[in-house]
Design a protein around this ligand. Structure first.
Ligand code: MN
Length: 194
């Protein structure tokens, strides 16, 4: 039973008005659940049975198994990149590292916003730890930093299904809401300290 849909860390309405309960009910209840269900089917009776989605995403070759494992992991990580009490400024050692590598928290936010708004097609934009430094990464479709030896600290899903019900084609408004109101800095700081 390693492959099961993990619970959302907050109720579906908790991120409103920035992300609606309707978006979360489809995004979590249909999209994320769908990746998990397909992954469970694909791994049953194989050497991958008993591994977590993250372990499979880090080791599977490109293809359907990788895509579903990575999407299962990416979505759980995305839910845990946001908080109903999110936004504001980072603190502690993460704040110091963001100042060092981006100039300031504001400069980081501007760079993340630009990367998320300009990402072409479906994919993800990440803050990752690469060795001892921080940088912004972007991956296409299901791809994930786990497959590239990087440590993700937070992510924003820029597939259209993440924002279309709430913002239609206005991806910039969704990205702005994420950056200003939803980022769980405490969770990111905890991952940075690990
Ligand atoms: Mn998604």
């Amino acid at each position: 039973m390693t492959i099961a849909l993990p619970p959302l860390p907050y109720p579906e309405h908790a991120l409103a008005p920035h992300i609606s309960a309707r978006t979360l009910s489809f995004h979590y209840g249909r999209h994320h659940a769908g990746y998990v269900a397909r992954l469970a089917k694909l791994t049953a009776g194989t050497d991958y049975e008993g591994l977590t989605p993250g372990e499979i995403a880090a080791s599977a070759p490109p293809g359907t198994l990788f895509d579903n494992a990575a999407q299962a992991w990416n979505h759980d990580f995305y839910w845990h990149s946001m908080s109903p009490d999110g936004g504001g400024d980072p603190g502690g050692a993460l704040a110091t590292a963001l100042d060092r590598d981006f100039g300031s928290a504001d400069a980081f936010r501007a760079e993340l916003t630009a990367a998320a708004c300009s990402k072409f097609g479906s994919g993800w934009v990440w803050l990752v730890k690469d060795g001892s430094g921080l940088r912004i990464d972007s991956t296409d479709n299901a791809d994930t930093p786990l497959a590239h030896g990087l440590t993700p600290l937070l992510t924003i899903d820029v597939w259209e299904h993440a924002y279309y019900l709430d913002y239609q084609n206005d991806r910039a408004a969704y990205v702005d809401a994420f950056v200003e109101h939803l980022i769980d800095w405490e969770a990111a700081a905890g991952r940075f300290a690990d």
